[in-house]
Design a protein around this ligand. Structure first.
Ligand code: AFP
Length: 361
């Protein structure tokens, strides 16, 4: 088998059209983030043996109970970013405010935003979890970053990626020149660090699919277009879609998006009526925007129901948004349902039906 390109080799090729100093700075930063994720993966893979299970007794700024692995992952990412010469500051799900680099706050050309551990509810159940990251330009170089420095639309990301800690440890990455998939190779000579190798390049998401992912326990809170879309999928061949669909829900966005990257599909965490003031569950800056960039770069689509997620300018670091992403044909259909004033729902869903009762022929 020919030697697969390493992460650094693949990035050099992917950024061949970028001026060398810029390319080098981005490559060094992404390689550092990738190395921090190797460390997170090692702790995650040792589970209770590494003290990675359980709660720490504190909550993050969004009121969510923090897990030990949330904190460990955040500390490992922070320790790495501290030493990145090109990173002026970073923002994490686990901290209310952004944190400027002690050394490079003024000189750094990038801001990094990350969810150190996505899918925390799955840690003890040993289900796939991940880390999500986004690299933004530090527009006001020479001035130490503030929270407002990060308020850029997703389209302005320079790079985005996630690492999936699953049966294999994989990283999916884009520098806005297509999507690359890497697998962590731990079969290296003693004393050498595991290395990322490129296992798939220019990843493409199939435009059609028969697989949808949504937390069906929230069904009664969904808005009409989502009720209609899911009901039609569940109705399968006997319904207006005239084809059967399958459903998945892992409760780790990284695992859902990775499945979509490998075989297509649609992932939905839509706005719902549980807390009308809260537009969704997922965070724009370190969940929705990086995943939206990856999905779009792979030929899929990512919306809030009516508009592309990459166009949204954040107001706050931890802002939440509805997220609907994946195979473009299905996203186009859902956007059309949101635009359909009449909402011609032939199933009369709201009064007499629920997801789990088959419609009368
Ligand atoms: P945690 O990291 O707090 O477990 O949340 C994971 C997540 O943000 C995303 O990865 C999942 O898709 C979604 O929440 C799961 O939400 P439900 O718990 O409502 O299913």
């Amino acid at each position: 088998m020919t030697e697969l390109p390493t992460l650094r080799e693949a990035l050099l090729a992917n950024l061949a059209d970028v001026p060398a100093d810029q390319a080098q700075a981005l490559i060094d930063t992404l390689c550092s983030i990738a190395q921090a994720c190797v460390q997170v993966g090692e702790v995650a893979s040792r589970g209770m043996l590494a003290g990675a299970h359980g709660l720490v007794g504190s909550s993050n700024s969004q009121g969510e109970a923090q897990k030990r692995l949330d904190i460990i992952a955040d500390e490992l990412m922070t320790a790495t970013l501290q030493h990145c010469p090109h990173v002026a500051g970073w923002a994490s799900e686990e901290h209310e405010r952004q944190r400027p680099s002690a050394v490079h706050a003024r000189g750094g050309r990038y801001l990094v935003v990350f969810d150190p551990l996505d899918g925390s509810s799955n840690i003890e159940a040993n289900i796939s979890i991940g880390t999500i990251f986004s690299v933004l330009p530090h527009t006001y170089r020479g001035v130490a970053p503030m929270d407002s420095s990060y308020m850029l639309p997703g389209r302005e990301q320079l790079a985005a990626g996630y690492v999936l800690y699953g049966p294999a440890t994989m990283m999916v990455l884009t520098c806005k020149r297509g999507v690359m998939m890497f697998t962590l190779d731990r079969a290296v000579p003693a004393g050498q660090a595991p290395r990322w190798v490129l296992t798939q390049d220019q990843v493409k998401i199939p435009h059609s699919t028969r697989e949808f992912a949504i937390n069906a326990s929230n069904q009664r809170f969904w808005e009409k277009p989502i009720q209609r879309y899911v009901a039609e999928c569940v109705a399968g061949e006997s319904g207006p879609r005239m084809k059967d669909f399958n459903m998945r829900w892992v409760a780790s966005m990284v695992a859902e998006v990775h499945r979509i990257m490998t075989r297509g599909g649609i992932f939905m965490y839509p706005r719902d009526t549980r807390e009308p003031r809260k537009p969704g569950r997922l965070r724009l800056m370190y969940e929705a925007a990086p995943m939206a960039l990856l999905v779009e770069q792979a030929g899929g689509r990512a919306v809030n129901g009516t508009a592309d997620l990459l166009g949204f300018v954040p107001d706050t670091l931890h802002q939440r948004v509805p997220v609907i992403l994946g195979s473009s044909d299905e996203i186009d259909r859902i956007v059309s349902y949101h635009a359909d004033p009449h909402e011609n729902v032939s199933w009369q869903l709201f009064k007499t039906r629920s997801l789990f009762i088959q419609p009368q022929a």
